[in-house]
Design a protein around this ligand. Structure first.
Ligand code: FAD
Length: 473
């Protein structure tokens, strides 16, 4: 029998339940669990990736360039047998199934709205084509699949902490090694498209991800709990793009965290890192229960017209996006994003808060910009983190928690090294003074913009907007 392993957000061979399922079905001559028929041949597995024009048209170039590099790495892992096809998966997948007379198509479950719709369309197309092959979903990109955990009352969790408790209690199975000898089918493939990277990309692919993780476990994990908030240090794993494309599965990371703890090397770092992976699953769970959270606020904390579209809105947005707000910590973050396709988590929170609560612009507009520019752009993580900052999400930060762009800078970039790295106009301003160039008087660099708003004033406006919305309800 020939089966298809359709890769999507799982561009790896290690700990890949859908691949194991495809292999088992090919060997058994049927679906996993069916008994090996006497004399059944071991046949082949097609390693398929479908480049969906919808994704290609809409995704930002940093994300696409990373995807192209990751596909090349996966192709190398399969000995050059990755079959890339361009087109609507509802057309391409049945075509491939027909060509090789495949008996089943194996996938990691898609859990976000676009992927769920796409998979339903592919399954329907297989049926319409009269194929007996079905889409078989095994595993998901998460440690605990979205939708799996509910409260004792059977309802979705609204609050992160009890979700995390249930998540820890639920647990996950141990990661499986990469299968040794996969009989990959040899089919013609379209070339993997070149995408000129507009930013300096990190190395892509499963091996690079595992190397980066190993280096982090040995050098960064022990101090992660404190270092993770310092954008001026290299204190995080930088694994988000690898997790986004499934070059590594969170189960692998969780197993290594447990191993580090057993040998006394994990410390609070392992606990904190595990929590971040729980947040990742929580956001995916939120999107599972609220597919419209991509664009719709889960809570109405301000009136629609308070999130403005007034005459200055485009200019304000543009200054924010280009890193020219006059607030150095915000500008450093936006320029880091523009140059590298990545931004430190602390600074993502501060820049997002600035857009929503200082400039009073809708979170959706900022989220769209991030999706376009981030290498790790992910619909669940991006939209739900934006909603968290905006105070509109499930278990979000309360709206009145407004990040102070100067205090945050002074606290998490105390010597100003992060700002000086990304804002060259301020390179000669020493120490933490770089966070408030307006206090430098005549020494202030002439080519750095004035503050576009006064944070203290805008904070009051934001709180008044929220109070007005409460009163109107
Ligand atoms: P580490 O600190 O090493 O964390 C390890 C992993 O845990 C990350 O790779 C990520 O998968 C997960 N994680 C960490 N923080 C969070 C978090 N707050 N929420 C969910 N998962 C988390 N992350 C994305 O992967 N894609 C996005 O599009 C995205 N957009 C964001 C937008 C905003 C406004 C904010 C505030 C955060 C966003 N994040 C997003 C979450 C977080 O900023 C990144 O995952 C993190 O900065 C990636 O760097 P790292 O891998 O070094 O993280």
């Amino acid at each position: 029998m020939t089966t298809v392993c359709w890769f999507r957000r799982d561009l790896r061979l290690t700990d890949h339940p859908a691949l194991l399922s495809a292999l088992e079905a090919a060997r058994a001559g049927g679906l996993p669990g069916e008994r090996l028929r006497a004399g059944a041949r071991t046949d082949e597995v097609v390693a398929l990736y479908v480049l969906d024009p919808t994704l290609w048209r809409t995704a930002g170039s940093p994300r696409l360039a990373y995807l192209a590099a990751s596909l090349r790495a996966l192709d190398a892992r399969t000995g050059g047998r990755l079959v890339v096809r361009l087109g609507d998966p509802a057309v391409v997948v049945p075509e491939v199934v027909r060509t090789v007379a495949a008996t089943s198509v194996h996938v990691s479950a898609a859990t976000e709205p676009f992927g769920r719709r796409r998979d339903a369309a592919v399954d329907a197309a297989l049926r319409a084509a009269g194929s007996s092959a079905r889409l078989v979903a095994t595993g998901s990109p998460y440690a605990v699949a979205p939708g799996r955990l509910t409260t004792r009352g059977g309802t979705p969790f609204q609050v992160f902490t009890p979700y995390r408790t249930a998540w820890l209690e639920h647990g996950w199975h141990s990661p499986a090694p990469a299968p040794g000898d996969v009989p990959w089918a040899d089919l013609s493939s379209e070339p993997i498209r070149d995408v000129a990277p507009t930013v300096a990309l990190p190395p892509a692919g499963e091996e690079a991800a595992l190397d980066r993780w190993a280096a982090f476990v040995s050098d960064g994990l022990a101090d992660y709990a404190t270092e993770r908030d310092r954008p001026d240090h290299d204190g995080t794993s930088a694994l988000s793009a690898a997790l986004r494309w499934g070059e590594v599965h969170p189960r692998t990371l969780l197993a290594d965290l447990a191993a580090a703890e057993r040998t006394g090397h994990g410390g609070p770092g392992a606990t904190t890192f595990r929590s971040q992976l729980a947040w990742r699953d929580f956001h995916a769970d939120t999107l599972w229960h609220h597919p419209d959270a991509r664009t719709r606020s889960l809570r109405d904390v301000v009136l629609d017209d308070a999130w403005a579209s007034g005459p200055g809105a485009d200019a304000a947005f543009d200054a924010w996006a280009r890193g020219r707000t006059g607030y150095p910590f915000v500008d450093a973050g936006m320029r880091q994003l523009a140059s590298t396709g990545w931004m430190h988590n602390r600074v993502r929170m501060v820049t997002a808060s600035f857009l929503v609560k200082d400039l009073h612009l809708p979170w959706q507009r900022g989220a769209a910009h991030f999706l376009d520019r981030l290498v790790d752009a992910d619909i669940a993580q991006n939209q739900l983190n934006w909603q968290w900052v905006a105070g509109t999400g499930r278990d979000a930060a309360p709206f009145f928690r407004i990040f102070h762009p100067v205090t945050q800078g002074r606290r998490f970039d105390p010597d100003g090294a992060y700002v000086r790295r990304w804002v060259p106009e301020l390179r000669d301003v020493p120490g933490g003074a770089v966070h408030e160039p307006w206090l430098l008087g005549l020494q202030a660099p002439a080519n750095y913009p004035e503050r576009m708003v006064d944070h203290a004033v805008e904070r009051t406006v934001a709180l008044a907007d929220a109070a007005a919305a409460r009163a109107a309800r």
